[in-house]
Write a protein that binds this ligand. Structure first.
Ligand code: HEC
Ligand code: HEC
Ligand code: HEC
Ligand code: HEC
Ligand code: HEC
Length: 488
């Protein structure tokens, strides 16, 4: 190709673009209506573009023209998102009531089932598949505490609280149907086995605004499932379009109270799950950080939610990730700072949790942080503690070791070790970290200390529970600091 041909080509392209821009209107005047007449207060924009305008009392709107998408989109609470190439937009209402006979759609990829989510949303599906939500009904540790085998007569919810299974299912397997009211999650099949799955979460139309924890899981989340033959999906985008399906936008998808449905629960009278109320009291809430800000942060890698299936290119930082990581070692390391130093012949330790939306640890009530301080002399032999805290009996293998336990301990009748939350509770203590509030401890040792190793461990289940089940991955080392005492 000669330079001349390229120059002519460029010129022609410029002329073409200018012509397209010129014949596009500078503003679009349009109207929004439904079957009965004009609709005021609807929100209108171009698909994939940020600008939005409102319709006036006569349903009329004026929107600046644009050079990108030619689809106009409009929505309003109570209606589905509508789209049109012409400036007359017709809004269709949401169904009046939830359809309890709705058949849940499977998340997994299966091209013979055209509606399965993974067929079109491959990237989101992969993120979700790696999340705890995808395993909430099949997670072996959950199932072991839900209904272990005959070796595990305690810490076995179905044995210890036989009519409580439906309660566990309401958050862990929210679409499990159990005609016999047995709610045995071990027997979950089909979509119910996918736990907290796509279709369930995206049929949530609303959630409680108060009384969190009293109603939870299935009972806290208000679904709006369409009648047979209708397809309707809720989500955070106000401009999603797909022929044959309607979408509805809901602001709750970007708010903590959506997650509160399952992450806050007063179960059998015990405040077992309290992450949402901890968030309400946290500095993160004041800074406008919702659960999604930290747990569904965009990866920046996804630019299209349904590539090749009708999805459009979108700003990657506007698309949330469904991996919802929880306590990974990296997140814990970032969230909790450990400082240790030697002063006045003593070891001073300070722990500080920051940039976290709740207490640390949070979530399942048995989670613990354990500080362990180990001192040795010049020969490398252990030196005993003279003054300072020691770990309690509930620390199991670490009981009586110099250190501090940061945990919620539910104490049942006659119990020396913590009880599961499904047994009657007599007392509880809670020493977990509060965000932005440092916790300090001082340890003095007998004899001449030459080296001190300070460790912070994260423990998922009480030691005796994990040990009785042979779980070897129960403890994670978060921090380790080694201090050498100067020769005296
Ligand atoms: C625990 C409930 C939950 C589950 C399970 C879930 N989603 Fe979402 N989804 C959300 C929330 C909440 C948002 C909004 C997050 C935000 O914008 O911060 C969202 C956003 C989306 C979006 C908008 C684009 C984006 O990424 O922000 C799509 C599309 C979507 N989800 C599809 C899916 C699919 C497909 C699955 C299953 C593979 C799935 N979701 C599973 C709650 C869920
Ligand atoms: C045949 C392809 C296809 C299948 C199957 C499919 N989707 Fe979608 N979905 C789309 C397209 C296309 C969009 C719009 C994309 C855009 O606007 O960029 C979309 C948009 C969405 C949105 C965004 C809605 C909003 O307003 O925020 C959600 C949520 C969603 N889908 C969830 C699901 C779930 C859950 C399933 C399974 C039950 C599913 N999808 C199955 C193609 C599909
Ligand atoms: C329908 C109930 C339900 C909803 C709604 C829900 N979750 Fe969960 N979530 C669960 C269950 C059940 C688990 C535990 C699964 C397991 O460990 O077996 C869980 C686990 C988690 C974890 C722990 C992950 C880990 O690996 O430690 C995080 C983080 C989380 N959810 C965040 C969220 C966020 C953020 C939202 C709101 C956008 C949300 N969840 C909405 C039920 C739900
Ligand atoms: C400012 C960021 C931030 C916000 C906001 C936030 N979290 Fe977290 N979350 C974290 C960090 C960091 C961790 C890991 C440290 C820990 O365990 O606390 C975590 C851990 C978790 C865990 C795992 C707990 C465990 O040990 O199994 C769950 C579940 C969770 N968060 C749910 C939520 C929910 C639900 C909300 C909203 C009510 C929320 N988070 C708000 C940052 C945040
Ligand atoms: C209010 C909703 C809710 C109810 C009811 C509920 N759970 Fe959970 N459960 C959760 C959430 C959310 C998590 C994830 C918290 C985290 O990762 O720290 C979880 C985590 C767990 C875990 C930890 C799994 C792991 O691998 O770390 C076990 C075990 C568990 N639940 C057992 C039960 C049992 C047994 C019942 C019934 C007696 C029950 N849950 C009832 C919401 C609930």
């Amino acid at each position: 190709m000669s330079a001349r041909t390229i120059a002519v080509g460029l010129l022609l392209t410029c002329i073409a673009i200018t012509t397209i821009l010129l014949i596009r209107p500078v503003v679009v005047d349009g109207v929004v209506h439904d079957a009965h007449g004009p609709i005021p207060d609807a929100t209108i924009g171009w698909q994939g573009r940020g600008e939005r305008v409102r319709s006036d009392l006569d349903g009329r709107f004026r929107l600046p023209g644009n050079s990108g998408s030619s689809w106009l989109v409009a929505h309003k609470p109570g209606f589905r998102i509508t789209s049109s190439l012409s400036p007359s937009l017709h809004l269709n209402p949401l169904p009046n009531e939830d359809n309890d006979a709705y058949e849940w759609i499977d998340p997994h990829r299966d091209l013979s089932k055209p509606h399965n989510c993974a067929n079109c949303h491959g990237e989101i599906y992969r993120e979700w598949l790696g999340s705890a939500h995808a395993k909430s009904a099949t997670n072996p540790k959950f199932l072991s505490l839900f209904d272990g085998d005959n070796r595990h007569l305690s810490w076995n919810a179905r044995r210890e609280h036989p009519d409580g299974s439906a309660v566990c299912a309401s958050c862990h397997a929210p679409t499990l149907r159990s005609p016999t009211l047995d709610y045995d999650i071990r027997k979950a099949e089909g979509v119910a086995k996918a736990g907290v799955h796509c279709d369930y979460c995206h049929k949530v139309a609303d959630t409680a605004t108060d009384n969190f924890g009293k109603l939870f899981g299935r009972d806290a989340l208000a679904l709006l499932r369409p009648p047979a033959g209708d397809m309707l999906t809720f989500g955070p985008l106000d401009d999603a379009i797909r022929p044959g399906e309607s979408f509805a936008v809901s602001p709750i998808y970007k708010e903590s109270r959506y997650c509160a449905g399952c992450h806050e629960g007063v179960v059998f009278g015990v405040h077992a799950y309290a992450t949402y109320s901890e968030w309400l009291a946290s500095p993160a809430r004041g800074q406008g950080k919702q659960c999604q800000t930290c747990h569904m942060a965009p990866t920046g890698a996804m630019t299209n939610i349904a590539p090749g299936k009708g999805g459009i290119e979108r700003e990657p930082l506007s698309l949330a990730s469904h991996h919802t990581p929880g306590t990974t070692p990296a997140m814990l390391r970032r969230a909790v700072r450990l400082q240790a130093d030697l002063r006045d012949n003593a070891v001073h330790v300070e722990l500080l949790a920051s940039d976290v939306g709740h207490r640390v640890p949070t979530g399942f009530p048995d989670r613990q942080l354990i500080l362990v301080v180990h001192a040795t002399d010049a020969e490398g032999s252990d030196v005993s503690l003279h003054e300072g805290p020691k770990l309690p009996a509930s620390a199991g293998n670490l009981a009586q070791v110099p250190g501090v336990l940061y945990a919620k301990q539910l104490v049942g009748e006659h119990a020396k070790t913590p009880s599961p939350f499904w047994l009657p509770m007599f007392d509880s203590t809670d020493t977990r970290l509060h965000p932005d509030q440092p916790e300090r401890a001082t340890f003095r040792f007998n004899g001449e200390v030459r080296r001190v190793v300070v460790q912070l461990w994260y423990r998922r289940f009480w030691h005796h529970v994990a040990a009785s089940r042979g779980w070897t991955d129960n403890d994670t080392l978060v921090h380790e600091v080694t201090l050498d005492w100067p020769k005296r």
